[in-house]
Design a protein around this ligand. Sequence first.
Ligand code: NOJ
Ligand code: MG
Length: 584
Amino acid sequence: MALSNTVWITLAIVCASLVEGSMDRKDRQDPDWWKTTTVYQIYPRSFKDSDNDGTGDLKGIQSELDYFVDLGIETVWLSPIFKSPMKDFGYDVSDFIDIDPIFGTLEDFKDLLEAAHSRGLKIVMDYVPNHSSDQHEWFQKSLEKEDPYTDYYVWEDAIGFDNNGDPIPPNNWLSYFRYSAWEWNEQRQQFYLHQFVKEQPDLNYRNPLVLKEMQDVLTFWMELGVDGFRMDAVAYMWEDEQLLDEPLSGDPSALDEFDYFYLDHIYTNNLAETRDIILAAFDQTIKEFGAQDGYPRVNMLEVYLDIQDHLQYYECSDFPFNFYLISNTAQPPSAVMMFDAINYLLDNIEEDQVPNWVLGNHDNWRVGYRLGPKVVDTMNMILLTLPGVSVSYYGEEIGMTNNMNITFEQTVDPSGCNCGPQDYNEEVCSRDPERTPMQWNNGPNAGFNEGGPTWLPLNDNYVSVNVENQRDDPYSHFSIYKKMIALRQETALRFGSTVTKTIGNVLVVGRISETPETVPTFVLVANFAETSATVDLSEMFSTPQSDTGVVVVATDLQSDNSEGSIVSLQSITLSPMESFVFQL
Ligand code: NOJ
Ligand code: MG
């Protein structure tokens, strides 16, 4: 059959665009791209080190973009890559619109962005609005009382001087990383507020110029082409003007009176103005930019709050990160615990609020350590079965765990250092254990670099826990993760309604198709018990047409539930700790 010229020309255009990059900017026309996206968080220092200097960099990330394409990841979020003295490893920013040389240059970033977009990948930037570095030009000028920078930060007088002649801070407010949140500055003869390390002075959002500056930062990165932002520590941006002491919390987990959790932060955290004034303005900047070029950027917020407070942040963003799978779970994991953590969000959000799920990040122990290595696949399957956005921390797809063998001398995280040699490895202290280099293979330094230094010691388990080892094994963490993402394409995992249930220690999550003739319903069953279990799901899922399902993602090779096998809804038997997904 001869093809007409028009058909040939059309095919040629289609092929050319596929070669250039399958999705390119065209898929940007989908205004809802972010509502079901898969986010992968890169901690840039730890991902891939192209120049063998010990710290990961942009060229390293660029060299691994096909890894995301292979895995099926759609959105990559980069923890801060801005200029920084690295007192808090990039969260102390000395120039919000430039790249730190340790990671590369602005040109490298533009290259990375283009290379990512040409593969249909989205790039989301971290954005750190609560504070800058003390080395930022604004702070240096503020020290000098040079206008307009004089009031760019939160400066307060001492309330007196003690017997040694030392200045007394305005109140008892504490830094998240321990000790007073006030630091005396000799030059200005005043205290400045820092809710994180002392080299991270808090910006003063009562000053409209600061708000404007930070809105311009957003515009700068959007003009460069980034696909959205993850906003850091947003609940800390506004403090009560009266500067009253904060009351004691009574929290037994506080190490001592210098521990942040010793106080109840009613005057420094989660004040209405942070949402109504600051975040509303940031969100407006982002939405207006998106409306202009017809492509919405995503705006995701970092907040750790109870559900009622949490929900308020939907008003000023696309979504606040949902950390309940972290904060509301602990060892030993159980079906009821997961059910409660999941429904803490699902029972409370409105229809038009997009749910999202996070298992770990650079501030929390890795899920494979916190809940144990046996539930790595189960947790990834839960993450990728639930509705909305999934957020994975690098290495979760291969089951990386904490490196708890880092000595106090090797510890670099200020939060660990401030806890001292006794406590540094407590969960609330050092974050180094979850920040060690990505484990690519079992070669030198796990393929993170070519055998040079590494900024943190590798986890010894890289010899077996690595990408190369897992890539071709159909039942590895990597392969299961990849199969789960593949299932999400245009299926009920993206668009279906959600049902959850526990039967004994088995968790059931169903994603029900509205059009079962063409799109199947998917069901995840996860046994959290160390013994086998049999469940009857016929009432939940049987239809007049069928009372069986077909296993599509399996985990336990020893069990009968291998991929392709038929399960009878009336009686499904799971091995100890087994989980799998079947379709109806
Ligand atoms: C939250 C970030 O995730 C954390 O790593 C950082 O130390 C603080 N905010 C301060 O920026
Ligand atoms: Mg490097």
